[in-house]
Write a protein that binds this ligand. Structure first.
Ligand code: 3H9
Length: 701
């Protein structure tokens, strides 16, 4: 309990006041914190015995910003700008003591202090853009005054945290202090007093703005590049406008406009969607029936079976997480190829500046290749990534059961197969689960963790913890064909194929989705993934997809063969192909389908609504715990635009009544019963409610 209020403490070390924010877990600047800070700094101002102050935070980080859960609720005074102004005008030097990740409003608070010291490894940033916002407490005005408008814009538009070591020479921090941060900050404050240093205010600095004032060309170029990449996102031009104001307008005017833009964006659909994903991503890692004390098992060594593209990517994930890993492959040449690909992937990252050579060497050194299955005996978490075939997977698991040490987690990287059936081949089904990585496994953020009927809670907790260490976004899902993502994707693929048979062309279908915000449409995606993959699976299941399988039979497997639904003229850009058009029209004729013009609205509805419908079934069956889990799967695994919040969030915005009506219409027209509104969707539509209102709590109001 603090001496000012439950979140704020005010203590003294001689003539230095130490104000500490204590609001776990990340010291978000909720109302009580803001009010307490005003009170504390008024006391600092009025106490003649206090000559300087330190502003620090308890726990794992300096404040990570405004309390996002307060957004969308009525604003309560004092706002953060008032807090910062109170500190800035306190008349005595205030030193911010930074550690962890001072982000957003937390970093803005620090920029309002007269000096900043930081623990080594502290990372600062303004990630508001990731919430569809811009920094709203002076960040777009103060940061350019320290590092120049262009660099500030880059930092603000990327939203990524930057190590203070990279910003120290610009005065973002005045000192990097190893050792006890609080003591070092107090010592720094004493030094400021003894050296009679001035009360510097970032808002008064002009030197870094003069170049842009003289010639705004470089800023304009940086701004154009940012807005081009923004693809219609409103927050990006808002950031550009506001940073431009830093050198074109006086500080107060720039800050007033920044706040107005912030308030505007706060009410936007895009920001609501992004805030929804922020909380959904964190909630997805919570298993509702998991007992509170379920602790992850210790993971010291990983194992991966299969050195193909998937297995190699998964081995890299272990190494990226700092866990040594044994990579097993049956044939020595396949192993060598796999290890060479891993090295090549890392080398590419090094050449792009994303990794140091030293770090690459360290990570490569953590990966040991072998053809000896017995080498997995000391692994704590083994992931099988062999060919997607049940018989083979079962043989691998029987072998693992024999070799793996007791308590080791045995995971299958299947994208479709029944994890319970695989678990049943072992005498330890409690240790078996699915880890469904997405390709390329070392890049894609999503990790579907498949919970089997008998999977133990601590095994699940281990998989979630490992996923987080690998910097993935884990989502726990139940067992069914295709789990959450691929099961819904299947519906979209069926409908995409129907659309081209009925009259649309692949480029029309893809355009409807890219205009919606997906990075690519279903046909470009098939070409990227390889048309042969689905063809082989369908052959095994005795199914046929008219166009896709015709293309596969012609050897048009997609990008890797230079043609698929589109042609690829040496690059990755899909080019519409008259030959494909002919194949499609012939197929329509053969099947007796009268081709017609299909508008983009119908295309979009027919691609997306059946997926939402399947999402409703997934919820009813308990395959996903919450609608937000489905949203997270689609945003992080399938390129659903984050600013549309995922399919279930989007459905709530469109209205389930409308979606239900359209589904019923498409079901009646096609005679496909799978398109009829799922019972949950139909019920919620009748009740005038959305998916979000069907669960007990919704944090991202
Ligand atoms: C802003 O500042 C606007 C200003 O410019 C202007 C204002 C006028 N608020 O991620 P974790 C919760 S916008 C509320 O698992 P980690 C989170 O939900 C804000 N809650 O931990 C979770 O709760 P639970 C700009 C927050 O160690 C718990 O804390 N700032 C907030 O992996 C742990 O989170 C940002 O956008 C918040 N601001 O990562 C920073 N932050 O346990 C957003 C976290 O119930 N935060 N929570 O699930 C992050 O990026 C990460 O949380 C951080 C820690 C890197 C700090």
């Amino acid at each position: 309990m603090g001496s000012v209020n439950p979140s704020i403490d005010l203590a003294h070390d001689g003539e230095i006041a130490v104000v500490t924010i204590d609001n776990p877990p990340v010291n978000a600047l909720k109302h009580e914190v803001r009010a307490g800070l005003i009170e504390a700094f008024q006391r600092v101002k009025n106490d003649a015995g206090v000559k300087a102050a330190v502003l620090a935070c308890a726990g794992r980080t300096f404040s990570a910003g405004a309390d996002i859960s307060e957004f969308g609720k009525p604003r309560r005074s004092p706002g953060l700008i008032e807090v910062i102004e109170t500190i800035e005008s306190v008349g005595k030097p205030v030193v911010a003591a930074l550690h962890g990740t001072p982000l957003g409003g937390g970093f803005e608070l620090a920029l309002g202090c007269h000096y900043r010291v930081a623990a080594p490894g502290t990372r600062v940033g303004l990630p508001e853009i990731k919430l569809g916002l811009l920094p709203g407490a002076g960040g777009t005005q103060r940061l350019p005054r320290l590092i120049g408008p262009e660099r500030a814009l880059q930092l603000i538009v990327s939203g990524n945290p930057t190590p203070v070591e990279e910003l120290a020479q610009d005065g973002v921090v005045d000192a990097i202090v190893p050792g006890d941060l609080r003591q070092e900050a107090i010592a720094f404050a004493r030094k400021v007093l003894s050296e009679r240093r001035p009360l510097t205010r970032v808002r008064d600095r002009e030197d870094r703005l003069s170049a842009a004032r003289a010639d705004a060309g470089a800023f304009t170029r940086a701004a154009d590049a940012s807005t081009k990449r923004a693809r219609g996102l409103r927050a990006v031009p808002a950031c550009v406008e506001s940073v431009r104001n830093s050198f074109e307008k006086p500080f107060d005017e720039g800050q007033a406009r920044e706040l107005a833009l912030f308030m505007e964006l706060l009410t936007s659909e895009e920001s609501r969607a992004q805030r929804h994903i922020f909380f959904a991503e964190r909630e997805a890692q919570k298993v509702p029936d998991m007992p509170a004390g379920s602790k992850p098992r210790d993971i010291r060594r990983g194992g991966v079976i299969g050195a193909g593209t998937m297995g190699g990517g998964i081995a890299m994930n272990f190494a990226n997480a700092g866990v040594s890993v044994t990579l097993v492959e049956t044939a020595p040449d396949a192993l060598d190829r796999g290890l060479a690909t891993i090295r090549k992937n890392y080398a590419n990252t090094v050449s792009r500046g994303g990794l140091s050579q030293e770090e690459m060497d360290r990570r490569v050194g953590l990966i040991t290749g072998t053809t000896d299955f017995n080498a997995l005996a000391d692994a704590d978490f083994i992931i099988e990534a062999v060919f997607e075939e049940m018989g083979l997977k079962k043989r691998v698991f029987a072998e693992l059961d024999r070799i793996a040490k007791p308590g080791a987690i045995l995971a299958t990287n299947t994208s479709t197969l029944d994890v319970n059936e695989i678990a049943a081949t072992t005498k330890r089904p409690q240790d078996v689960l699915g880890t469904h990585f997405f390709s390329p496994a070392n890049v894609m953020k999503l990790l579907e963790i498949v919970r089997g009927e008998k999977t133990a809670f601590d095994a699940l907790a281990t998989a979630i913890a490992l996923g987080r260490r690998m910097a993935k976004v884990p989502v726990v899902v139940g067992v069914c064909y295709g789990f959450v993502g691929n099961r819904m994707l299947h519906l979209r693929s069926v409908e995409a194929e129907r659309l081209i048979l009925e009259g649309a062309l692949p480029q029309d279908v893809d355009a409807a989705l890219t205009e919606f915000g997906f990075p690519m449409g279903p046909f470009a995606m098939s070409d990227l993934a390889g048309i042969d993959v689905g063809w082989r699976i369908r052959k095994g299941r005795g199914e046929r997809a008219e166009i896709s399988d015709t293309l596969a039979e012609m050897g048009r497997f997609g990008q890797k063969t230079g043609s698929g639904y589109f042609r690829y003229e040496g690059g990755r850009t899909p080019v519409p192909d008259p030959e494909v058009e002919k194949i499609i029209i012939d197929a329509s004729n053969r099947l007796g389908i009268q081709r017609r013009t299909i508008d983009s609205q119908e295309i979009l509805e027919r691609l997306i609504f059946p997926m939402i419908n399947e999402g409703a079934r997934i919820l009813e069956e308990g395959i996903a715990y919450r609608p937000g889990d489905i949203d997270v799967v689609w945003v992080y695994g399938y390129g659903w635009p984050v600013w549309r919040g995922g399919p279930m969030f989007y459905a709530d915005q469109v209205g389930l009544g409308y979606i239900g009506d359209r589904l019923a219409h498409y079901a009646a027209r096609s005679g496909d019963k799978a398109l009829e509104p799922a019972p949950l969707l139909a019920r919620l539509a009748r009740e005038g409610r959305g998916f979000a209102e069907n669960k007990s709590e919704d944090k991202a109001a």
